[in-house]
Design a protein around this ligand. Structure first.
Ligand code: SF4
Length: 365
């Protein structure tokens, strides 16, 4: 158990149960507390009104309730919202809200920076500052939900923000438990949650057990391409191993896979690439999302022309695969896919050295 006073939100369900047991309170009190945290989103222990006043005083002697604070919220021309949150240790992390008709999709971060080094991604340039804790992941969801106009609700969650979620799997899994629990949690259907990975294959079976969707950021059809674009992950888990892991995943999963493919002009956007992609994925239950590169200052990659994108998509489609073009959202506020990190890096620069992170990075698996 943490040393008091600790942030109540930082405890997982088992730790809340131990706390309740330590106080010799009835067992149902754990669910009461969890409901206040996740379903009622209270900001103050005193608001937990089905706990007696004496019990609240007791709880406040050991615990606080600290939420991450909003630093900025930028609204793009297309309605996409980019939130920047300050964490307890002064670091910052970004979350992107993508409204589309009645849908409200939230793109959630799992790390400050990233362990990996994908060349087309702005987050990679930050390096890894640390992995997020489960409550910092859930906090992004709770805080954005609270910011929506009355009557609007988040409809789906995608772990495609800053960071490689499967490197931080334990915290992501803990967060997903809080997000999906129906009795005391946020009650999201696992079908509405997608975890996206650059190819961290040892964790694929764990993702399947969670029952959420898995998306693979593929981006290359040869090892040479993936070594060039995503060296850290591909040198560890090569393309052949990645595709084998995908096939094994599909054997035991009802859900199809999604493959994300960032189209980079002159790098991976030729007809030969499209044909190779089709051959690699033939026979798999999957869909492909094409993401024309979202340019950002200082990056050498360019977005292909609309004609090239169209030919690529038609080539893959003619080979019988489900292939979709993902609209670029929020690129005018650097909120589009691959563009997160600039605002968080600026905050990091402004954090005085003594308050820079001292929290541990979750162990890689
Ligand atoms: S694309 Fe994803 S995995 Fe790759 S560096 Fe960016 S955040 Fe990390």
């Amino acid at each position: 158990m943490n040393t008091p006073p600790f942030n109540l939100l930082s405890l997982n369900i088992r730790e809340i149960e131990e706390l309740v047991q330590g106080f010799r309170w009835p067992r149902y009190r754990s669910h009461q507390i969890l409901k206040w945290l996740y379903q009622n989103h209270v900001s103050d222990i005193d608001a937990m009104t089905n706990l007696s006043k004496a019990d609240r005083v007791r709880l406040k002697q050991v615990a606080t309730l600290q939420k991450d604070t909003l630093i900025s919220r930028q609204l793009a021309g297309d309605g996409t919202g980019k939130y920047l949150w300050r964490l307890e240790d002064g670091l910052a992390v970004e979350t992107v809200l993508i409204p589309e008709e009645r849908r409200r999709t939230l793109c959630v971060s799992s790390q400050v920076g990233c362990t990996l080094d994908c060349g087309f991604c702005l987050t990679a340039q930050m390096g890894i500052k640390r992995s997020l804790f489960a409550h910092e992941i859930v906090g992004q969801v709770l805080n954005v939900q609270a910011d929506l106009p009355e009557g609007e609700h988040l409809t789906s969650l995608v772990f495609m923000g800053m960071g490689e979620p499967l490197v931080n799997f334990d915290a992501v899994a803990d967060a997903i438990q809080r997000l999906t629990n129906i009795e005391w949690g946020l009650g999201f259907s696992p079908r509405r949650i997608t975890v996206s990975t650059a190819g961290w294959i040892p964790r694929f079976p764990d993702v399947r057990r969670l029952g959420v969707n898995l998306a693979i950021s593929l981006n290359g059809t040869t090892n040479a391409q993936r070594d060039h674009l995503m060296p850290a992950v591909n040198k560890r888990y090569c393309l052949e191993d990645l595709l084998d892991a995908c096939r094994i995943y599909l054997e035991d999963s009802e859900r199809p896979l999604t493959f994300e493919y960032v189209l980079l002009a002159g790098v991976n956007d030729s007809v030969a690439d499209a044909n190779r992609l089709s051959s690699l994925l033939r026979g798999m239950r999957c869909k492909i999302n094409l993401i024309p590169f979202n340019e950002f200052p200082g990056n050498v990659f360019r977005r292909p022309s609309s004609d090239i994108i169209d030919v690529f998509q038609q080539t893959v489609r003619r080979r019988g695969l489900d292939v979709f073009l993902r609209k670029s959202r929020g690129d005018d506020v650097l909120g589009a896919c691959g563009q997160l990190g600039r605002s968080a890096s600026d905050v990091l620069e402004s954090v005085p050295p003594q308050s820079k992170p001292s929290l541990p990075i979750y162990a890689e698996s």
